[in-house]
Design a protein around this ligand. Structure first.
Ligand code: KG4
Ligand code: ZN
Length: 338
């Protein structure tokens, strides 16, 4: 079955056609980065306006690229939670209207479930159960993926998401938004042993990244006050290594507790070269099979939503028409329960 999927939870307007949850026939992503870079981060009001302007053309291009019409698709899928509410509403209402007019079922998808499903597109044989590490701009989660729609949160951040912490530290070092990606590009060859940032001491599988960020802000502030030079490449490299080590330590603790068959990493920060290298090394040592999505499916995209949608329940009739977007939602919840 072909699914037309739509994603608009943050600042990327995306549409894709995915076959049987595994094969990407098209994946169109319209980025708003150039606009938000002026403000150093995503401005929610601007994001939703740009989604409204872009969504018709993005969906049309996805259908054209796949050489299909909506009538050839078995369902319309859309990210309905969590995310920026004004952004989500654009995609949800567009998908509702399209599904209704084309008489197709509507499949709401949890954004983080979609990120995890990006792995199914790259590793077409991968099936649950496995453990997932989701690291994005808004979320950091260690997840037990017992089944395609049977997911349980094992650990999360108590404050900033890993991506948010990288973005803020990058901004402090003078890198443009999106800071995490730019930090990776410009600091990957810096001296990662230049400085050690403090690791939080938190029991269990929860994490924290705000202390690291505060240390970076204070450090840079003090150097500037004393008229010193900021060594952005080395400080950035050191910061990325500490973020990666904190994530690796928690994932390894989770793995030794739950003994998963494999670890799948997902989300925008899964593109980070330092995290990829560290996880690769630690998983090799632990004998744990490791999966990453292709770089093109790490950041927000509709193909991953189409992949997860294949396994999710669809809504028809009034159930579809009353679907609402939600800014927050647990990974384990179902849209049908509301
Ligand atoms: O998953 P995503 O596209 O959007 C959310 O759902 O949040 O993740 C965006 C985050 C941003 O914080 C961005 O800086 C970060 O992913 N990111 C990276 C890299 N590429 C994107 N962080 C570190 N290294 C990268 N290469
Ligand atoms: Zn995302």
């Amino acid at each position: 079955m072909k699914i037309l999927a739509i994603e608009s939870s943050c600042d990327d307007t995306s549409a894709a056609v995915v076959e049987d949850g595994r094969w990407v026939l098209s994946n169109v992503v319209a980025s708003q980065v150039e606009e938000h870079v002026l403000y150093g981060g995503v401005v929610p009001e601007i994001a939703s306006r740009r989604h409204t302007e872009a969504i018709c053309a993005v969906v049309k291009k996805a259908l054209d690229d796949a050489s299909v019409g909506v009538s050839d698709c078995g369902a319309v899928a859309v990210t309905a939670a969590p995310g920026l509410i004004g952004s989500l509403l654009v995609g949800v209402n567009f998908a509702k209207g399209l599904a209704f007019s084309a008489r197709k079922p509507l499949i709401p998808v949890h954004h983080l479930r979609g990120h995890i499903a990006a792995n199914y597109l790259t590793h077409t044989q991968l099936e649950p159960p496995f453990m997932a590490l989701v690291v994005s701009g808004g979320h950091t989660a260690i997840v037990d993926v017992a089944g395609y729609t049977d997911l349980r949160l094992l650990g999360t951040t108590l404050d900033d998401a890993a991506g948010e912490s990288l973005d803020k530290a990058a901004r402090t070092l003078g890198f443009d938004y999106p800071g995490g990606a730019n930090m990776d590009r410009y600091c990957a060859h810096g001296d990662a042993d230049f400085f050690r940032f403090p690791h939080p001491r938190i029991d269990g599988l929860d994490m924290s990244f705000s202390g690291l960020k505060t240390k970076m802000i204070n450090l840079v502030h003090n150097i500037k006050q004393q008229g010193g030079e900021i060594n952005a490449a080395d400080l950035g490299a050191s910061y990325m290594l500490d973020v990666a080590r904190i994530l690796c330590d928690k994932v390894m603790l989770a793995a030794s507790t739950y003994r998963p068959r494999a670890l799948a990493v997902a989300g925008g920060v899964a593109a980070n070269s330092v995290l990829r290298r560290e996880l690769d090394r630690r998983c090799r040592e632990a004998g744990l099979k490791l999966y990453f999505p292709d770089l093109s499916y790490c950041g927000d995209n509709a193909a991953m939503i189409g992949a997860q949608a294949y396994y999710e329940e669809s809504l028809t009739g009034d159930e579809a028409l009353v679907l609402n977007a939600r800014a927050t939602m647990e990974l384990s919840e179902s849209f049908k329960e509301n």
